[in-house]
Design a protein. Structure first.
Length: 158
């Protein structure tokens, strides 16, 4: 892949990757932007591993997902959910906070459930594509979607 091809692919897909990361980060657009930047740098550095027969966006989502998981492992939560709600109600700088209740519910899901739910229902990926992105089995993705739906349903009723 040439540099020009890579640049064009990124231009065509950067909004989708950013939306995916904002959802994974439960509305934290600053963190999502940082992770998106890391994703694109990692993608550029490893663009030789991209197979032309695969979808570029799926490949980017896998890198974004792995970047998100790595970040979550490295960062310890220092604020409670109540503190995050208080801050978000005072600092509405991004339209993403319009869906704060959903983001709070998503944040309570496991990272794997959240990723599966977002990839399937927000991004429109099929179960087998999600399995490829998350490097899981199709059955595992089906279980994550089922459990994630049940957990979200309960959390949103509260």
């Amino acid at each position: 892949m040439t540099r020009e091809q890579f640049t064009q692919y990124v231009k065509n897909n950067q909004r989708a990757v950013r939306r995916f990361l904002i959802a994974l980060c439960c509305g934290n657009s600053a963190l999502a932007d940082d992770l998106a930047q890391d994703t694109f740098v990692k993608a550029y550095l490893s663009c030789d591993s991209f197979r032309e027969d695969g979808k570029f966006l799926t490949w980017l989502y896998r890198i974004a997902y792995n970047t998100f998981i790595s970040n979550r492992r490295a960062v310890r939560r220092s604020e409670s959910i109540a503190e995050a709600e208080r801050i978000s109600s005072h600092e509405r700088s991004d339209r993403a906070f319009d869906h704060q209740a959903l983001y709070i519910a998503l944040e309570k899901l496991s990272e794997k459930e959240r990723s599966a739910i977002l990839l399937h229902y927000v991004q429109g990926y099929a179960v087998n594509e999600i399995a490829d992105i998350t490097q899981s089995s199709v059955e595992a993705v089906k279980q994550l979607l089922s459990r994630g739906r049940q957990h979200l349903k309960g959390l949103l009723k509260e």
